[in-house]
Ligand binder design. Structure first.
Ligand code: NDP
Ligand code: 2IT
Length: 446
C-alpha cells in the first residue's frame, strides 16, 4: 500500500528541516489534524502538490541590519521576513524582536499565521518576520537606529496590498512608529503598510487591547458553550507584555480574579488579584522588571524563574512565548482542577502537554483561534486606512467580539463535523485550512 500523503509530507519535513524544531512542531500538529480533510480527495491534492506548496513559504528573506549604539559603535543583526502564503489576501503578520529569533521560529509563526488569519474571516494571508536584535536595555535612540535600518531593507518587500507587518514580542507602538517613519520617507507614500500604528497617523482604536480582549471573548464563549460562567472564576496568566496586560484587564472586567503574571526573569503571585494598572506602569511606561511589583502591592509574592502554573486556578492563559507550558505543568493544572487553557501566546503549550490536557478533559483553545483578535483588528485597521476613516473604540471592539465568537463556533463546528467534538485544536486547524484550500485549488498550481 502506498504511503499516506500526510505522513509522506511530515517525513519529508523531518528529513529536510531537522534543524527547524519549532517549524516541524507547528507543521506536524496542523498536518495531523488535516488528515480527514486530505483523505477526502487525496489523489487530486497529491497530483497538485497541495501540501508541498502549503509547507514551503512563497519566499523567505533574510538581510543584514547594521545599527549604531549610544557610544557610536556599530552592530549587526539578522533581519527576517517569511512570506508564507497569500492565497486569501496580502501577507500579514507581526515582527518579533528577540535574541532567540531564527528561521525556525519565524517559519513556525508564519505557518501558524496562515490558518489564524483565515479563521478571522478577513482577507489576509500569512507571514512573519523580525530579528535577533534584543531591545532590552536599549535607549530610544538605539531602538530608532535599529528600526530605521531594519526598514531600509524591509521596505523593498512590503506594501499596503503586498505585505503588511505589525507588532509581536519586542515590537510595540514605539518600534512601529520608527519603522513607519522610515518607510514613509523612503517610499514617499503615507499608506497602511504597517498595523499597530499610533492613533495620530492611521492606527486603530482598540488594536492595543485587541489580542488580550479577544482572548477573553473567545474564552468566555467557550466556557459558556460548555456550561460554565466566567464570572467568579480564577485565572493564572503568564507574561506581562501587550497580550498578557489586556488579557488580565478584560478578565477582571468579566469578573475573573487573575492571580499571577510573569516576565522572562520571574513571576508574581497576588492573592488579592493582579493590579493591572501597576503592571502597565512597570512594563509599558517604565520598561522595568516585575521585581518592582511588590512596591505597589506589599501583600504579593515575587519568585525568580518560572512557576505560574503551580498556582491553583480555573483558567490558564499562557501569554508569553512558545513552549512555555510543559507536560509537568499540564499535570499540575489538571491536578489543580483547571477547566480551560486558552493560548494568548503562539504555540505556548508543548505537544505532549496539549495531548495530556485534552485527554484529561481540559478545554483547550489553541493560539490560532484564541489570539486571532490581534491580527483581526489589524485587518480592521487596514480597512479604516483604505477608506481613510477612523471607527470608534466601541465599533472596533464590537466587531472584534463578533469575530472571536464566530471563530469559536467555526472551530467547534469543524471539530464536530469530523467526529472530534471539543477537540478545538483540530477544529481550528481544519476550519482555518478550508478557505486556504479552496483558494489554492481555485488558483491552480502556483
Ligand atoms: P511583548 O513583548 O509585549 O511581551 C512578551 C512577554 O512575554 C513579556 O512579559 C516577556 O518578558 C515574556 N517573554 C518573552 N519571551 C520570553 C521567553 N523566552 N521566556 C519567558 N518569558 C518571555 O509581546 P506580546 O505580548 O505582544 O506577545 C506575547 C505572545 O503573544 C507571543 O507569543 C506573540 O507571538 C503572541 N501574540 C502577540 C500578538 C500581538 O498582537 N502582540 C498577537 C497574537 C499573538 P520580558 O518582559 O522579560 O521580555
Ligand atoms: O501573532 C500575531 O498574530 C501577531 N503578532 C499579530 C499580527 C498582526 O499582523 O497584527
Amino acid at each position: 500500500m502506498s504511503k499516506n500523503y500526510v505522513d509522506e509530507i511530515i517525513e519529508m519535513l523531518n528529513d529536510k528541516y531537522s534543524n527547524q524544531p519549532e517549524f516541524i512542531q507547528a507543521a506536524t500538529e496542523v498536518l495531523d489534524s488535516l488528515r480527514p480533510v486530505i483523505e477526502e480527495n487525496e489523489d487530486i491534492y497529491r497530483r497538485d502538490a497541495l501540501l508541498e506548496r502549503l509547507v514551503e513559504p512563497d519566499r523567505q528573506i533574510t538581510f543584514r541590519v547594521p545599527w549604531i549604539d549610544r557610544n557610536g559603535n556599530a552592530h549587526v543583526n539578522t533581519g527576517y521576513r517569511v512570506q508564507f502564503n497569500n492565497s486569501i489576501g496580502p501577507y500579514k503578520g507581526g515582527l518579533r524582536l528577540h535574541p532567540s529569533v531564527n528561521i525556525s521560529i519565524i517559519k513556525f509563526l508564519g505557518f501558524e499565521q496562515i490558518f489564524k488569519n483565515s479563521l478571522t474571516g478577513l482577507p489576509i494571508g500569512g507571514a512573519k518576520g523580525g530579528s535577533d536584535f534584543d531591545p532590552k536595555g536599549k535607549t530610544d535612540r538605539e531602538i530608532m537606529s535599529f528600526c530605521k535600518n531594519f526598514m531600509l531593507e524591509l521596505y523593498k518587500y512590503i506594501g499596503q496590498d503586498t505585505d503588511v507587518p505589525a507588532g509581536d514580542i519586542g515590537t510595540g507602538a514605539r518600534e512601529i512608529g520608527y519603522m513607519f517613519g522610515a518607510y514613509k520617507r523612503i517610499r514617499r507614500t503615507h499608506e497602511g503598510v504597517l498595523t499597530g500604528k499610533g492613533l495620530a497617523y492611521g492606527g486603530s482604536l482598540a488594536r492595543t487591547e485587541a489580542t488580550g480582549y479577544g482572548l477573553l471573548y473567545l474564552t468566555e464563549e467557550m466556557l459558556r458553550c460548555n456550561g460554565f460562567n466566567v464570572a467568579g472564576k480564577t485565572a493564572v496568566v503568564s507574561g506581562s507584555g501587550n497580550v498578557a496586560i489586556y488579557a488580565m484587564e478584560k478578565a477582571q472586567q468579566l469578573g475573573i480574579k487573575v492571580l499571577t503574571c510573569s516576565d522572562s526573569n520571574g513571576w508574581v503571585y497576588d492573592p488579592e488579584g493582579i493590579d493591572v494598572a501597576a503592571v502597565k506602569e512597570i512594563k509599558e511606561k517604565n520598561r522595568a522588571r516585575l521585581t518592582e511589583y511588590k512596591k505597589y502591592r506589599p501583600g504579593s509574592e515575587y519568585h525568580e524563574g518560572r512557576g505560574v502554573w503551580k498556582i491553583k486556578a480555573d483558567i490558564a492563559l499562557p501569554c508569553a512565548t512558545q513552549n512555555e507550558l510543559h507536560i509537568d505543568d499540564a499535570k499540575q493544572l489538571v491536578a489543580n482542577g483547571c477547566i480551560a487553557v486558552a493560548e494568548g501566546a503562539n504555540m505556548p503549550t508543548t505537544a505532549d502537554a496539549v495531548k495530556y490536557l485534552q485527554e484529561n478533559g481540559v478545554l483547550l483553545a489553541p493560539a490560532k483561534a484564541a489570539n486571532a483578535g490581534g491580527v483581526a483588528t489589524s485587518a480592521l485597521e487596514m480597512s479604516q486606512n483604505s477608506e481613510r476613516l477612523n471607527w470608534t473604540f466601541e465599533e472596533v471592539d464590537a466587531k472584534l467580539k463578533d469575530i472571536m465568537v464566530n471563530i469559536f463556533h467555526n472551530m467547534s463546528d469543524a471539530a464536530k463535523k469530523y467526529g472530534m467534538e471539543k477537540n478545538y485544536v483540530a477544529g481550528a486547524n481544519i476550519a482555518g485550512f478550508e478557505k486556504v484550500l479552496a483558494a489554492m485549488m481555485e488558483q491552480g498550481v502556483c
